[in-house]
Design a binder for this molecule. Structure first.
Ligand code: SAM
Ligand code: SF4
Length: 440
């Protein structure tokens, strides 16, 4: 009995894939690296944009052929599985097991059933499930909150993942303790909006309190993803500033620099609020590394609106940005009510934004040349003769392979920068804990 898991999408999906992988292993399945070797192929899907949905469609077409040829169990899980769009695909391509993002713990039951098994419920025990530490991992994700209570008009996530539900802090701390004992040196706390943590459950700590708790557990690096600008409050900034283990890397998606667009997106803040949060963050954390998400070509976005996004980019001077062309998603208010812009307008704006991002990333990366950083080396880089890791600001760093022969934490001096990469040389042995970052 051999299973192969294919994962699309975000870190929350990576975490969920690890969760189901650990379920499969507990049931006696062997995990394999290819479809050809597998008796069961489980596809963990993303529905945020059209592209990953189309990738899943073509993958399911291939899997159906494989099923007809030699018999194969096919499973579909994650955000797409929760939607009509995914369920229609499941019928068309002969999917046997369909699990929504809240039903992952139904997998054992699904595998016992000798017929098609669909579960789209949000089970409480998904929150309680503590997957065993991944073997040999130095870095691991821990989901702290599931779902989303916001209703951004372009976004399908509130439909697929349901409302916000925080995991019990005792479970989170227990999971992290196990990861620490297994040798993990970097934890990323995950949620669609981590700063909403605790708000749905009376008596739970706030996100700022949780950060302090996790930051005090002796893990060298603690990171978190994703934050919402509307409630990235002062107490969170203070918790980061006062807890050395928490990395000074903040991903704060802005989506647009135009108030008109933000209003139509139903983002609950405006440009001035966002910039005020950035000012506060920079004041408390002078060495902070900032990244963002931006959607270009949202319905009705004018050239003037887009210019406001470009000017906001200049005001913040982001180190990094994840930039997306607006993708109309069935089931969202924007899809139902707003006319999409012509593709060539969206593509042209994206290109200009990418140019801006490259300029700023290069400028920011150059500021690190000559400074010492702590790099978590994870493995061999694509570039021959190098290993790759990332520093506490989430910059990818390449190091000559002979200088860092095993994965781990290294003290590195940055020698060179490109818009996408830093190149460094090891100047100190593997360090057991965090070293202070130099001021940028
Ligand atoms: N919860 C996080 C937040 O609010 O920032 C991020 C969740 S979402 C899965 C990740 C990113 O995908 C968003 O920040 C947004 O930029 C992008 N996104 C979501 N829906 C989109 C759409 N319909 N078209 C293009 N990009 C989209
Ligand atoms: Fe989607 Fe908005 Fe929720 Fe983020 S906050 S997951 S963009 S609805």
């Amino acid at each position: 009995m051999r299973a192969h898991i294919i994962t699309f999408g975000c870190q929350m999906n990576e975490y969920d894939s690890h969760l189901v992988a650990s379920e499969l292993v507990s049931l006696g399945w062997e995990l394999v690296d290819s479809v050809e070797e597998a008796d069961f192929v489980l596809v963990n899907t993303c529905a945020v944009r059209g592209k990953p949905v189309e990738k899943v469609r073509s993958l399911l077409g291939q899997l159906r052929k494989e099923k007809e040829r030699r018999g194969l169990l096919i499973g579909l899980m994650g955000c797409l599985a929760q939607l009509d769009e995914g369920q229609q695909m499941a019928r068309k391509f002969g999917v046997d097991i369909l699990l929504g993002p809240g039903a992952l713990t139904s997998l054992p039951e699904a595998l016992k059933a000798n017929e098609k098994f669909w579960d789209l419920t949000f089970r409480e025990d998904v929150l309680d499930y503590i997957p065993p530490p991944p073997k040999g991992a130095l870095s691991a994700h821990v989901t702290i909150i599931r779902g989303c209570n916001h209703h951004c008009t372009y976004c399908i996530v509130p439909t697929t993942r349901g409302p916000e539900v925080s995991r019990h802090p005792d479970l989170i701390l227990k999971e992290i303790e196990m990861l620490k004992k297994a040798g993990v040196v970097e934890i990323t706390l995950l949620g669609q909006n981590v700063n909403s943590y605790g708000k749905d459950q009376p008596g739970f700590p706030s996100f700022a309190e949780l950060l302090r708790m996790v930051g005090g557990m002796g893990i060298p690096r603690v990171r978190f993803l994703t934050s919402h600008p509307v409630n990235f409050t002062d107490d969170i900034i203070e918790a980061i500033a006062e807890t050395p283990a928490i990395t000074r890397y903040i991903h704060l998606p802005v989506q647009s620099g135009s108030d008109r667009v933000l209003r139509r997106m139903a983002r609950e803040y405006r440009r001035a609020h966002y910039l005020e949060r950035i000012r506060k963050i920079r004041e408390a954390l002078p060495d902070v590394v900032l990244s963002t998400d931006i959607i270009v070509g949202f319905p009705g976005e004018t050239e003037e609106d887009f210019q406001e996004t470009l000017s906001l980019y200049d005001e913040v001077g982001y180190d990094q940005a994840y930039m997306f062309i607006y993708s109309p998603r069935p089931g969202t208010p924007a899809y139902k009510h707003f006319q999409d812009l012509p593709r060539e307008v969206k593509v042209e704006r994206l290109q200009r934004l990418i140019e801006k991002q490259k300029e700023w990333s290069y400028r920011r990366n150059l500021e690190w040349v000559g400074k010492k950083v702590e790099v978590l080396v994870r493995g061999v880089a694509k570039e021959e003769g190098y290993v790759q890791g990332h520093d506490r600001g989430n910059h990818p760093v390449l190091i000559p392979a002979h200088q860092a022969p095993t994965p781990g934490l290294y003290q590195v001096e940055i020698k060179q920068a490109t818009p996408h990469l830093l190149f460094g040389e090891v100047v100190g042995a593997t360090v057991p804990g965090p070293i202070p970052l130099p001021v940028a």
